[in-house]
Design a protein around this ligand. Structure first.
Ligand code: SF4
Length: 323
């Protein structure tokens, strides 16, 4: 992790959900969906976050975006801690970071025209005069590969891929510096996924954007990311460059994910590693290393003590007693 001013720095971020029981709704425990996640994202970089469903990656995205209140930890955007901001101060800074959602069907209001959908954040923030809105929206639509004339149409008239383009146009309308994309292409056909990923890559160059890209799909994350973080049970267990992770994963969980998901190249032949069992219940996580109940390399120490994220090689961070 370099010391240059990061665009986004997440420090020991936690998001716990209370587990309540009985008529009095007494809190009897917590689901630790995000439990001490830290990373830095430099301007112009894309950080991919991967993991199985239920590992906490979508909660992490929503907590960074302040859609969910953090339980603890800091979220620094351009050096400013936004984890405690509220009201006007939070709305003002929200312009800098926008979100693209998984479901382009649900995230667009079906009763609003495309122009109203895209212009809404511009109007709310008082960024564009009413008379200029049609031209600004036309320009945004062309940037995302749609036609200027599409602005008078409604979401149901578009395909899934086109709707995601509308969602992206809305996200870039306020000229953000960071976009958090939560499973942004998972609901789309494979051929359309590639088009949307290419669009996002192009916009990154053109507009100087940074992304936090959340996905369960390792191939998608490999395509779009510079750095990749692997999440398991609310923890980041490995964090490094895309090249290092995909060529030489250090954490047994990353090894297993990669062995199951990617075609091994001739140069990097990997045995397929079958993981035993399911992800444990996050309300009752295992003691010690959260992965020890499924790890093929488990040792005695793993059941007692939780490994912290350490730099095992330059720029390659891993939370495992083997390293
Ligand atoms: Fe496996 Fe132990 Fe490493 Fe956890 S700390 S991943 S159980 S070897």
């Amino acid at each position: 992790m370099t010391t240059a001013q990061a665009l986004l720095e997440v420090q020991d971020l936690k998001k716990y959900f209370p587990v309540q029981k009985g008529v009095l709704r007494r809190t009897v425990g917590y689901v630790k969906a995000v439990d001490g996640v830290s990373f830095r994202l430099q301007p112009g970089e894309t950080l991919g976050i991967v993991g199985e469903s239920g590992c906490g990656k979508s909660t992490l995205a929503r907590t960074i975006m302040r859609v969910l209140e953090p339980t603890a930890g800091k979220i620094l955007l351009d050096g400013q801690d936004i984890s405690q901001l509220s009201g006007k101060a939070l709305r003002r800074i929200r312009r800098k970071f926008q979100m693209v959602f998984q479901d382009p069907y649900a995230s667009l209001n079906p009763r609003m025209s495309v122009q109203d959908i895209i212009a809404e954040p511009l109007v709310v923030n008082g960024l564009v005069a009413a008379r200029d809105i049609p031209a600004v929206v036309a320009d945004l639509l062309e940037k995302v590969g749609l036609k200027a004339d599409d602005r008078q149409r409604y979401p149901h008239e578009f395909s899934g891929g086109q709707r995601q383009r509308i969602g992206i146009a809305r996200a870039i309308a306020v000229q953000p510096r960071l976009i958090v994309a939560d499973e942004a292409v998972s609901a789309l056909d494979v051929s359309i996924q590639a088009q949307i990923l290419n669009l996002m890559q192009g916009l990154k160059q053109e507009l100087g954007l940074s992304y936090v890209f959340i996905s369960h799909n390792l191939a998608v994350v490999r395509y779009i990311s510079d750095q990749v973080g692997v999440m398991y049970l609310g923890h980041l267990v490995e964090l490094t460059t895309k090249q290092a992770l995909y060529q030489q994963p250090l954490h047994p969980y990353s090894e297993a994910l990669l062995s199951a998901a990617l075609e091994p190249s001739r140069k990097h032949k990997r045995e397929r590693i079958l993981l035993r069992g399911d992800v444990p219940n996050p309300a009752h996580p295992p003691t010690g290393c959260p992965f020890h109940t499924r790890c093929p390399k488990v040792m005695d120490v793993c059941r007692q003590s939780r490994p912290t994220l350490r730099e095992a090689a330059p720029g390659h961070w891993v939370a495992c007693h083997l390293h």
